[in-house]
Design a protein around this ligand. Structure first.
Ligand SMILES: Cc1cc2nc3c(=O)[nH]c(=O)nc-3n(C[C@H](O)[C@H](O)[C@H](O)COP(=O)(O)OP(=O)(O)OC[C@H]3O[C@@H](n4cnc5c(N)ncnc54)[C@H](O)[C@@H]3O)c2cc1C
Length: 429
């Protein structure tokens, strides 16, 4: 069967490519639902995402497009994020809010910034050295090291700092010290203001794309072997011919699907690493009111080792419509490679101890979402390996895009932008 373009995967990247391409295409999605990690699910009156999925957009054309697709303006939200450590809540980012720390830890962070070594900072230096050079020993000890050890589940001497822009706010030393002595009122970071659909969670964006593209999407259609020499993909018992193949599945899996891929390409792909994340979603009815510890908060980073999760977020504080009346809904994120995560009950016990769920509140529902691919690991080999693999794929008219296709730390806006760039390029071919 002949189609001009074949797209693998109906996450935000695959859907965006389908939206922007002017060539005929078929989009194969292995699951019975479209959306990938940007889906939302509904349960007992609650709406849950695949953990917090908030929309941070710089390009107003993309914002306008998404608002047109969902036929409503986004909610515009001023971030209210926190860190829980040493029995205290510290506003995010930690490094610009030392004022809120207990005295001993605050002093250590101040001393650390004053005595940090003046070493050259470069992109692919070990993350742990980068953190100490940027922020000093104290901030590294109390936040950068424990939080990133949890998030990445990887040796911080082998993880590089090349992912940190734009994700880690970098106030200068003067500001860090200033805000150790007084409250900070400056917003830091790429997501200090973000957007979110007024209803139906992040998945509302997916619904918007799907309405436009549904005639070209085949669900329950897992792309299997790819014969890159004859330009065919095997799906549900048939061979489909393509001119260009746009894959948004994880790059490492794409390589394994190639028929007779060169040994050096297979070996290179085996050296690409990633983390997995478990998200536990919980819907709760409160007895009197939402617990004081989470009132108004959007999410809380939890760096200390004694808690097995790295972040807790409160969906319904971002968009009240995500929970029924007198209720709130949360997500809890665990990171790991070997999937030894807590279950719902044990997680709820931790949250009650932390005052994040009220002791008398009623758990209405809880579910587990496991994301086998969550964050790609930035080590020193990654970029070199990617250059080799991408060159090989592009030579054979295969384009691997998206967070896992391009093997990068990307987000919704970048996925849409990259899909558009590729569609524009292939439209001319
Ligand atoms: C914990 C977490 C929190 C995040 N929070 C945010 C946030 O707040 N804001 C933000 O902008 N971004 C966030 N992101 C990033 C965001 O989820 C991704 O950038 C985005 O979902 C990537 O979309 P994608 O289409 O590239 O990949 P995916 O969503 O992974 O989609 C790939 C699709 O391909 C399908 N597929 C895979 N293999 C095959 C096959 N062989 N055949 C057919 N189909 C196949 C899958 O089923 C899936 O539908 C977060 C990510 C994580 C992990």
């Amino acid at each position: 069967m002949i189609s001009n373009n074949i797209i693998i995967g109906a996450g935000i990247s695959g859907l965006s490519f389908g939206y922007f391409t002017k060539k005929p295409y078929i989009l194969f999605e292995k699951s019975n639902q479209v959306g990938g990690l940007c889906k939302s699910i509904k349960e007992d009156g609650f709406t849950f995402d695949y953990s917090g999925h908030f929309i941070h957009i710089k390009d107003s054309a993309i914002k306008n497009l998404l608002e047109k697709l969902i036929n409503k303006k986004f909610l515009t939200i001023q971030r209210n994020a926190w860190i829980y450590t040493k029995n205290s809540f510290i506003p995010f980012p930690f490094q610009a809010n030392l004022y809120y720390l207990p005295e001993k830890e605050r002093q250590e962070c101040i001393d650390g910034i004053k005595t940090r070594k003046n070493i050259k900072i470069y992109n692919d230096m070990p993350f742990i050295n980068w953190a100490k050079a940027m922020f000093g020993e104290g901030i590294t000890k109390y936040f950068m090291q424990p939080y990133n050890e949890k998030l990445w589940n990887y040796d911080l001497t082998k993880l590089t700092a090349s992912w940190t822009a734009p994700f880690v706010p970098k106030p200068d030393a003067g500001s860090i010290l200033k805000y150790a002595y007084e409250k900070n009122k400056t917003d830091y970071g790429y997501n200090s203001v973000f957007y979110y659909p007024q209803r139906n969670g992040c998945g509302e964006i997916i619904n918007g794309f799907y309405k436009q593209l549904k005639n070209s999407i085949i669900k329950n259609a897992k792309a299997g072997q790819i014969d890159y020499k004859n330009k065919t993909v095997f799906v549900n018992g048939k061979y489909f011919q393509y001119n260009n193949l746009i894959s948004t599945q994880p790059l490492t899996e794409l390589i394994l699907q190639l028929k007779n891929a060169p040994a050096d390409i297979i070996e290179s792909a085996q050296k690409l690493y990633h983390t997995s994340v478990r998200c536990i979603n919980i819907g709760v009815k409160y007895k009197k009111e939402i617990p004081a510890n989470i009132k108004g908060k959007h999410w809380i980073y939890v760096p200390e080792k004694k808690y097995p999760f790295y972040r807790v977020g409160i969906y319904s504080n971002v968009c009240p419509k995500l929970a029924p009346k007198n209720s709130y809904c949360l997500y809890v994120e665990f990171s790991g490679k070997d999937n030894k995560f807590l279950n719902c009950q044990d997680t709820i016990k931790h949250l009650i101890n932390l005052g994040i769920i009220g002791i008398d509140d009623e758990i209405i529902t809880a579910n587990i979402i496991d994301m086998p691919y969550a964050y790609v690991i930035f080590d020193r080999n990654r970029q070199k390996i990617l250059n080799t693999i991408i060159k090989f794929l592009n030579f054979h008219d295969i384009y691997s895009i998206g967070r896992y296709g391009a093997w990068e730390y990307s987000f919704i806006e970048k996925n849409i932008t990259d899909a558009k760039k590729l569609a524009d390029k292939l439209n001319l071919k």
